[in-house]
Design a protein. Structure first.
Length: 211
């Protein structure tokens, strides 16, 4: 039986929801074969935290590294997917209830957020499921090296700083905006490759799971 690959990356479109205040993506065809040009050439204009993306430490940590400093050995490797459904906030208690095996380094969390992507909603929803500050501290205590979530952010909309500071301060790699709607709980091989942008606080990332 061959390896199966799941693409858990959101498709970038001009109409997709973005964080309030961020620019709406634009994909501008500056040249087009159909118009007689020698090639089709597109320009891309969007924020670094659009769609499926990674956060770099400098997103919330002064003096933190940019996205180009994130270690590839953490972005690729075994990952545990857990389901935290019908839960408004992922707390330490929620993590403890899942009995995450010791030695787990990469943790992806499937929540009700993934249904948001299935429905194709185009408006930002401030009530997305995120990780609380004590949940973030749990990840640090368990020596998690990468955490991924299927919502706009790992932190609640009305309190974005504490969770980010705890997780990024511990140099845990963050993936946001995953689409885990077709993924069941279990262990997979993760491959997440963000665009290598010098000094950037984040970058879009093509992200796949394999088994």
């Amino acid at each position: 039986m061959g390896m199966k690959i799941w693409d858990v990356t959101l498709t970038l479109t001009e109409k997709m929801p973005v964080w309030p205040g961020d620019p709406q993506p634009q994909f501008i065809k500056k040249m087009q074969l159909e118009k007689g040009d020698i090639a089709t050439v597109s320009y891309i204009k969007m924020g670094a935290h659009t769609g499926t993306h990674v956060d770099a430490p400098c997103h919330f940590i002064k003096g933190g590294g940019g996205v180009e400093t994130l270690p590839l050995e953490i972005l690729v490797g075994p990952a545990l997917v857990i389901e935290a459904l019908n839960i408004p906030l992922i707390t330490k208690e929620v993590f403890e209830a899942h009995d995450i095996p010791k030695g787990t380094e990469r943790l992806l969390i499937k929540t009700d957020n993934s249904e948001y992507w299935v429905k194709g909603v185009l408006e930002f929803d401030k009530s997305y499921v995120a990780i609380s500050e004590d949940g973030a501290k749990f990840l640090v205590e368990r020596k998690i090296k990468l955490v991924g979530l299927d919502g706009f952010s790992i932190a609640p909309f009305d309190d974005v700083v504490p969770t980010h500071e705890v997780i990024l301060g511990a140099k845990i790699v963050v993936i946001e905006g995953l689409n885990l709607s077709e993924i069941n709980a279990g262990t997979y091989t993760l491959c997440c490759l963000p665009i290598k942008i010098a000094g950037s606080d984040g970058a879009p990332a093509r992200t796949i799971l394999m088994k």
